[in-house]
Design a protein around this ligand. Structure first.
Ligand SMILES: [Zn+2]
Length: 246
C-alpha cells in the first residue's frame, strides 16, 4: 500500500485521538462511583427483606395485642357483672354466693394472667417497632448515599461525554485527511491490536517499543516515502517522521 507521507503522519494524530477516546471510555467504565453504587444497591437489596420481616412481625404483634386486650376486657366484664350480682344482694343461697365469689376470684386471676400476656406482647411489639425504625433509617441513609453517588456519576458521565463529543469531532476531521484504503487498514489494525499506527523513532517502534533489526531499518530506508511500512513485531503501521532519522 502507498500513501502520501502527510496522510501517513495524520495517522499519528488519529492514533492519539483514539487513545484519548480509549482513556475516556476506560474512565467511564471504571468510575469509582459505579462500584460504590453497586455496593450500596447490594446493601439496600439485602436490607429490604429485613424491613419487611420486621414490619410483618410488628403488624402480627399489633393484632395479637388487640386480641389479648379483648380477652382482658371480656374477663373484666364478666367479673364486673358477677361483682354487681354479688353487691345487689339478689343471690341469697350460700351455695350460689360461694360459687359466685369463687368465680370472681378465678376471673381476677385470669385477668391478671391475661394482662401479663398483654404486657409481654407490648414489649415484643416495642422492640419490633424499634427494629423497623432502625432498619428504615439505615435503608434511607443508604438510599441517600446512593443518590449522591448517582448524582456524581451523572455529572462525571456528562463531562466525559462532552469531552468525547469534542474528540470525535476532531477525529472526523483528521480521518477526512486520510485516504480510504489506509484508513481501513488502520481501523482493522486498531480493532486487532488496540492501536493502529505508531511512530518510528530512531530504530524503535513506539507502538511496541521494539528496536528494529539493522536489516529491517535498511529495508525501510530503501523504501519510498509513500510506501506504508508495518512493524514486524506488532504489525502496526509504522509512520516515519522527522524524528525517525531516516
Ligand atoms: Zn511495533
Amino acid at each position: 500500500m502507498k500513501a502520501a507521507p502527510a496522510a501517513q503522519k495524520r495517522l499519528l494524530d488519529l492514533a492519539e485521538l483514539d487513545s484519548a477516546l480509549d482513556r475516556l471510555a476506560h474512565r467511564r467504565r471504571t468510575l469509582p462511583e459505579l462500584a460504590q453504587i453497586d455496593e450500596l444497591s447490594g446493601r439496600i437489596a439485602r436490607i429490604a427483606p429485613q424491613v419487611i420481616a420486621a414490619e410483618t412481625e410488628s403488624g402480627d404483634l399489633a393484632r395479637e395485642q388487640s386480641k389479648a386486650e379483648a380477652d382482658v376486657d371480656s374477663v373484666r366484664t364478666r367479673a364486673e357483672r358477677d361483682q354487681k350480682r354479688l353487691d345487689s344482694g339478689q343471690v341469697s343461697s350460700p351455695k350460689d354466693l360461694a360459687s359466685l365469689q369463687s368465680e370472681i376470684v378465678s376471673l381476677k386471676r385470669r385477668q391478671d394472667d391475661l394482662e401479663e400476656v398483654v404486657l409481654e406482647i407490648m414489649e415484643r411489639r416495642e422492640s419490633a417497632d424499634e427494629r423497623v425504625t432502625k432498619l428504615v433509617a439505615e435503608r434511607d441513609e443508604l438510599a441517600g448515599t446512593r443518590g449522591s453517588a448517582e448524582d456524581r456519576r451523572d455529572a462525571a458521565f456528562a463531562e466525559i461525554d462532552k469531552e468525547k463529543g469534542e474528540l470525535q469531532g476532531k477525529r472526523t476531521e483528521v480521518a477526512g485527511d486520510i485516504p480510504a484504503d489506509l484508513l481501513a487498514l488502520y481501523e482493522k489494525l486498531r480493532e486487532q491490536f488496540g492501536v493502529g499506527a505508531a511512530m518510528l523513532q530512531g530504530a524503535r517502534c513506539l507502538g511496541c517499543r521494539t528496536s528494529l533489526s539493522i536489516a529491517e531499518i535498511n529495508r525501510i530506508k530503501a523504501a519510498s516515502h509513500e510506501e506504508v511500512i508495518r512493524c514486524e513485531e506488532c504489525r502496526r503501521i509504522l509512520v516515519r517522521t522527522a524524528e525517525s532519522g531516516l
